[in-house]
Design a binder for this molecule. Sequence first.
Ligand code: GDP
Ligand code: MG
Length: 290
Amino acid sequence: MNEEKVFNKTVINWYPGHMAKTKREISEKLNLIDIVYEVIDGRMPISSKIVDIDDLIKDKPKILVVTKMDLCDEEETKKILKTYESSGYKVVCVDLMNGNCNELINITKNIMDSINKTREEKGMKKRSARVLIVGVPNAGKSTLINRLVGKKSAGVGNTPGFTKNLSWIRVNKDIELLDSPGILWPKIENQDNAKILAAFSSIKEEILNLDEIACFILKKLYELYPNKLEERYGITKLEEDFVEAYETIGKRRGALSRGGIVDYDKVSDLIIKDLKNGYFGKVTFDRIEK
Ligand SMILES: Nc1nc2c(ncn2[C@@H]2O[C@H](COP(=O)(O)OP(=O)(O)O)[C@@H](O)[C@H]2O)c(=O)[nH]1
Ligand SMILES: [Mg+2]
């Protein structure tokens, strides 16, 4: 096997240059915005959270929109969300594949009603809520926009930058969305968070050591969901060096090279794809620190 690759510890330190630009643009446009949706991924409610968002959006009302509820381990995710709620967050969970966004729309309308009351008291006209959506890559920002608007309006799966020309898309008579979401990054506080983000495709694959991410996924599953690891790969014991696990998975799933020997690159690929496609079932990789 290519042991070097597996054991090589890459430090993920990813801070793309245009994030500073997004931040500046958000600051500039802040006075046009009434409400911010901070979108996080339900499978990693800690790792995908943008840590310094409040410095950026000041005192704007904010709703934490938790996507991929259909993919996450609801019990674990909700434990984490409770801590956000008790620190004052408005939290709304969504399943953008099967569910609707009625709760989000209602809460937005309520917040805007109170903003409009203040506006009217100051002699200003009522207006519809103007919402900015922010979140890490792949959190579901474009899908959320499409869901809310009810038609294909934002490119899903790609990561366009914050738009230069502001344009608003109408959700209903009460709500408008800024048409391009702001892509922001969490403060990568430790490598565990970074690898969780990588495991769930929020960090560009090109800068990653895929073997390392695949091994990390195996380790997390072994630690948190050993039954799922056994179900899918027949693995009941995970050794430090991952060799046996790779052999087992490779043979079981036919990830072999020409001579019939296990192809470790293919195995890494397979593990990453299996997680991406939800083949381990519902998982959440973050845990509240004890
Ligand atoms: N199963 C499921 N998939 C989702 C959900 N939200 C987003 N996705 C998927 O996650 C991927 C990234 O979504 P996208 O909206 O492009 O993320 P963005 O980078 O934040 O704009 C896409 O493949 C979406 O189909 C959800 O609630 N459930
Ligand atoms: Mg997008």
